[in-house]
Design a binder for this molecule. Structure first.
Ligand code: OAD
Length: 236
């Protein structure tokens, strides 16, 4: 494929907007594609507040599996390339829908986690958010106050964290280069970010083996895998 290399020095503010496809080459399953998590599991039983209130242990077991899966995987060349872009440029934000922490494991900074993280818990009672970086299942399922902890993840029908949304909105509105990688573009409000970047005047680029629902609004659409396309798009 003919790829036009992007010179990062021509851009003041860069946003990488990532979805499950970003981690696919690391071995983390996506949600909707072949072998996707939501084909195997009904999210109504595992990823919404109702499921949690009905059977928190079952929901914890599901998320323990997600942690185990993520721990078996490692960042790939695409994650590393994004870190290299960050090291070479003063204003790069990663707005991710991923909860696996793979960008951080590749030493990326400024990661805005729209859908929360598998590596944090929140007390149902006190609302306190704590890291749980145990190298395996969640360390504790109950808070010291006696209430259930819950994975600090945005489940179906949950509101996004307003501070996180504010950070993401600011980054996307102000960027002049927006690179969307590995998202199907069907989950809102994240799916609105490409349009927001476009209407704010950014050059919008999509990388995906199967162009997303939103491909029509991008200036450039490259069909392929993140780990293969990113090093060709940015020669650093
Ligand atoms: P999806 O599973 O909906 O979409 C994954 C996208 O990645 C698809 O468009 C694939 O074509 C693409 N893809 C697959 N392999 C790729 C590769 N090697 N390189 C680049 N792209 C590749 O995942 P998301 O769009 O991230 O929410 O889903 C959004 C949200 O829905 C997730 O954050 C999750 C889910 O419910 C929560 O867990 C809260």
């Amino acid at each position: 494929m003919d790829i036009k290399t992007i010179d990062i020095n021509k851009f003041k503010r860069i946003v990488f907007f990532t979805g499950a496809g970003m981690s696919a080459e690391s071995g983390v399953p996506t949600y909707r594609g072949e072998g996707g998590v939501w084909h195997e599991y009904n999210w109504r039983e595992y990823a919404c507040q109702d499921a949690w209130e009905t059977d928190p242990e079952k929901v914890f077991d599901f998320h323990d599996l997600r942690r185990e899966e993520a721990l078996k995987c490692f960042p790939h060349k695409g994650h590393e390339l994004i870190t290299t872009v960050q090291e070479a440029h003063s204003d790069v934000v990663i707005v991710t829908q991923n909860i696996d922490g793979m960008h951080q494991r590749a030493d990326s900074k400024n990661v805005v986690e729209l859908h929360g993280s598998l590596w944090r818990v929140r007390c149902q009672n006190e609302g306190l958010i704590k890291d749980d970086l145990n190298h395996g299942p969640f360390e504790k399922r109950k808070c010291n106050c006696g209430a259930w902890l819950r994975p600090d993840i945005i489940w179906f029908s949950d509101m996004l964290n307003p501070d996180t949304v504010q950070q993401a909105d600011a980054a996307v509105t102000q960027c002049d280069l927006f690179v969307s990688i590995g998202t199907s573009g069907v989950v809102w409000p994240a799916a609105g970010y490409p349009q927001l970047a476009k209407s704010s005047g950014a050059l919008c680029v999509e990388l995906n083996p199967q162009p997303s629902e939103l491909a029509w609004l991008f200036d450039m659409v490259y069909k392929g895998k993140a780990g293969e396309l990113l090093p060709q798009l940015f020669k650093l």
